[in-house]
Design a protein around this ligand. Structure first.
Ligand code: ADP
Ligand code: MG
Length: 706
């Protein structure tokens, strides 16, 4: 790779536009491209020819298999490989791949999460080709990005609703763009993610059953030195890690994933990478693909990659920032201020729609990232608080306030107009203001995009995007409607737009917050504003079935009520299973690793005390006092651990028999999960007492090495 330019091999494993041009007849190529651009279906004849071209391209590169590649509702990807090869009756064989096989595959999908949408006895789900995300090659397999739907048409994946939300957003955004620029015919959301992760030595990782089984450490005393000196962030990247990163990057570049940055993150052994932003659907595919690639390549370097949101207590966890904006077919970024007053008015229109979407659906946005793993990170003064708010930066905030004050309900006087023009003229300065980065805000405007920082590192990016796109579609539709109403009542278009902007500013006041999101004052202030802290997972995810959210997603045809209910159930079930697994793992380790080790050490001390007393008789009592106290302390911790593990098992039994999955999940969150840190606390104390030679599991200070 060293002697090659990246641009020489970028995208060489993708059946992209260049490859299509080469392998498809011209008319087929053109109809595929226009179908993608206009969100149209690709007809059967064309699909047959695309399949033939894809097969030829893939086989030229040594492929023998193909698979529909999709994202079921479990934060990973699914693939079932079939060969092109087919034996011919009477001898010999051929390689075939038809349009039918390209367009649709029927995996026996009974083991994917469905939230009751599909009983296993009617286990047919099918995957269908998404032509808007290019097909790619991994090793010997042609991977076809696909949606995954039940036989009755309900979405069982992330991509289907994402595409639906993009269609809704496109329609609404084009309508608003038309107020300013008749040339815009299509609007797509853009996504630039930033992926944080930890790397551990594979052997040390394997020596920690809690990490292997749950993705995080359930015990472990903090290391004397971890991140307090801030000496890791942007520090020198260890050679071994650079080797891993280079291999990941090469694979990503071949697959057309435009990685741009790599660096050390705050915690020991923590790193981050980020690409150039792309159209949201492709960026989501690329992020899931990246995670797969990283897992695989890490193993080749004797490393293990952790995407868990909080693998280690006491040091920062890992998130995934979602940089979100809207791009037009004419190449404009709709959330970037422009050079002319007109383009700034357009910017403001989109900006206030985003604010009002956030004000109205902030809780749903937070619900979209509520998971068991993320609950250990959010609100922990290292990640955004669990209260949703928007940071706009002081310049823009001042402009919004000015508009709010100056614009009146009546037609504007020439003076008012001049004032507003001056304000709007200031907007480009916000690009400079962009250095004023408020790191404590969950949803920050960073000059030409919003950055949503509450997603967990292991999650699929799609869900918060689905919510943002849909909420934005709703506001844009309302915006266009209000402008039209004012115009038909006789207002001038400019006045109508300004008045609508003002209304939207007023209605999104409560969500704007420029201060420190970690502070106690903000929590108090948020309460007064009626903003909820979404600290409990099972409370947050109830948003999925709140009537106003059901209404929103139904109206924009993103989710049916049944689909939302299914997702809610999957979220409950996943949450409770994760806590259940953690509780089992911790219980087992406490009883059969920790307590036996503690007792072994205690016995050494007992022998020691006995020996001292035997040798020193009357003096011995005083001499052995410290060890006798330690023996007692160990006994106290052991007793406490046994008691807590017993009680935790009993509580689990009670909740396990509850009929409703949401009751079970709530029981696990409120009554089972709190046992984990309590048990851990005793174990971590023992770790500090027991002979290091006897302690079975690698300690934090050992894990934090490279
Ligand atoms: P920081 O760590 O300071 O937030 P990074 O440079 O790591 O910044 O990440 C910025 C991210 O924002 C990148 O993924 C980049 O592609 C993305 N980004 C920039 N412009 C846009 C845009 N218009 N739409 C979506 N994402 C964007
Ligand atoms: Mg960022």
């Amino acid at each position: 790779m060293n002697c090659k330019k990246i641009s020489d091999f970028f995208g060489c494993d993708v059946f992209g536009r260049d490859q299509m041009r080469q392998y498809l007849p011209r008319d087929v190529f053109e109809s595929v491209i226009s179908a993608i651009d206009d969100n149209r279906r690709i007809d059967r004849r064309v699909a047959d020819q695309v399949a033939a071209g894809m097969k030829a391209w893939a086989m030229d590169r040594g492929a023998t298999h193909y698979t529909h590649w999709f994202q079921p509702l479990n934060d990973s990807t699914a693939e079932k490989h079939d060969t092109f090869f087919e034996p011919v009756w009477g001898g010999g064989a051929v390689e075939t791949f038809s349009g039918d096989l390209l367009v649709q595959q029927e995996p026996d999908a009974s083991s994917f999460p469905t939230g009751g949408l599909r009983n296993t006895f009617e286990a047919r789900g099918y995957s269908a080709w998404d032509p808007s995300s290019p097909t790619f090659l991994i090793d010997d397999t042609l991977c076809i990005p696909s949606v995954f739907i039940s036989y009755t048409g309900e979405a069982l994946d992330f991509k289907t609703p994402l595409l639906r939300s993009m269609a809704a957003l496109d329609k609404a955004a084009v309508e608003v763009c038309q107020l300013f620029d008749k040339d815009v015919v299509k609007v797509v959301p853009t996504l630039g993610w930033e992926q944080e992760y930890f790397l551990l030595d594979e052997a040390l990782y394997k020596a920690r059953p809690d990490l292997v089984q749950t993705g995080r450490t359930l015990m472990g005393h903090t290391a004397a030195k971890d991140q307090q000196l801030d000496d890791h962030y942007w520090g020198e990247i260890p050679d071994r890690v650079v080797g891993f990163m280079k291999d990941v990057e090469e694979r990503c570049f071949r697959l057309g994933i435009p990685l741009k940055t790599r660096h050390n993150e705050t915690a020991p052994n923590q790193y981050e990478c980020a690409p150039m932003f792309e159209e949201a659907n492709i960026a989501v595919d690329h992020n899931t693909l990246l995670m797969t690639i990283m897992r695989r390549i890490a193993l080749r370097h004797g490393l293990h990659v952790l995407f868990h949101e909080k693998p280690f207590a006491g040091v920062n966890g890992s998130g995934k920032h979602i940089n979100w904006s809207l791009a037009t077919s004419t190449g404009q970024n709709l959330l970037a201020p422009g050079k002319t007053p007109k383009s700034n008015m357009q910017f403001l229109s989109f900006f206030v729609c985003a604010l009002r979407a956030a004000a109205k659906h902030g809780n749903m946005i937070m619900a979209s990232v509520a998971t068991e793993g993320n609950s250990h990170r959010l609100g922990g003064s290292e990640a955004p608080p669990a209260i949703f708010s928007v940071f706009t930066g002081c310049t823009l905030s001042a402009v919004l306030d000015e508009i709010e004050q100056r614009v009146s309900k009546k037609a504007l006087t020439p003076d008012e107009k001049t004032g507003i023009k001056l304000d709007i003229g200031k907007i480009p300065e916000i690009l400079l203001d962009n250095t004023d980065r408020n790191r404590t805000s969950p949803f920050a405007f960073t000059g030409n995009r919003f950055e949503f920082r509450a997603l967990g590192a292991s999650a699929n990016c799609a869900m918060p995007l689905i919510v943002l796109n849909t909420a934005m579609a709703e506001q844009l539709t309302a915006f266009a409607g209000e402008v039209e109403e004012l115009v038909s009542a006789g207002a001038k278009k400019d006045d109508a737009i300004l008045q609508t902007i003002r209304g939207f500013i007023l209605e999104s006041r409560k969500i704007r917050f420029e201060g420190n999101g970690y502070s106690a004052e903000w929590h108090a202030e948020a309460k007064i504003r009626g903003l909820k802290a979404m600290t409990k997972v099972t409370t947050a995810i109830k948003e999925y079935i709140e009537p106003h959210n059901v209404q929103l997603f139904k109206e924009f045809r993103v989710f049916s009520e049944a689909e939302l209910k299914a997702r809610y159930e999957i979220k409950c079930e996943t949450y409770l299973k994760k806590v259940q697994i953690e509780a089992r793992v911790l219980g087992d380790l406490a009883l059969n690793h920790i307590i036996p080790t503690a007792i072994r050490y205690q016995n050494i001390l007992i022998d020691n005390v006995k020996g001292i007393k035997e040798l020193f008789h009357a003096d011995g009592n005083e001499m052995a006092r410290a060890e006798m106290n330690t023996i007692r302390t160990i006994a106290d911790h052991v007793k406490a651990i046994r008691g807590l593990v017993h009680d935790m098992v009993e509580i689990r039994k009670e909740w396990n028999v509850m009929e409703s999955v949401s009751d079970r999940a709530e029981g696990y969150e409120h009554e089972v999960a709190p046992f984990l840190p309590q048990i851990r606390d005793h174990i971590d104390h023992l770790e500090m007492i027991v002979d290091d030679q006897l302690w079975l599991m690698p300690k934090y200070r050992e894990l934090f090495t490279m």
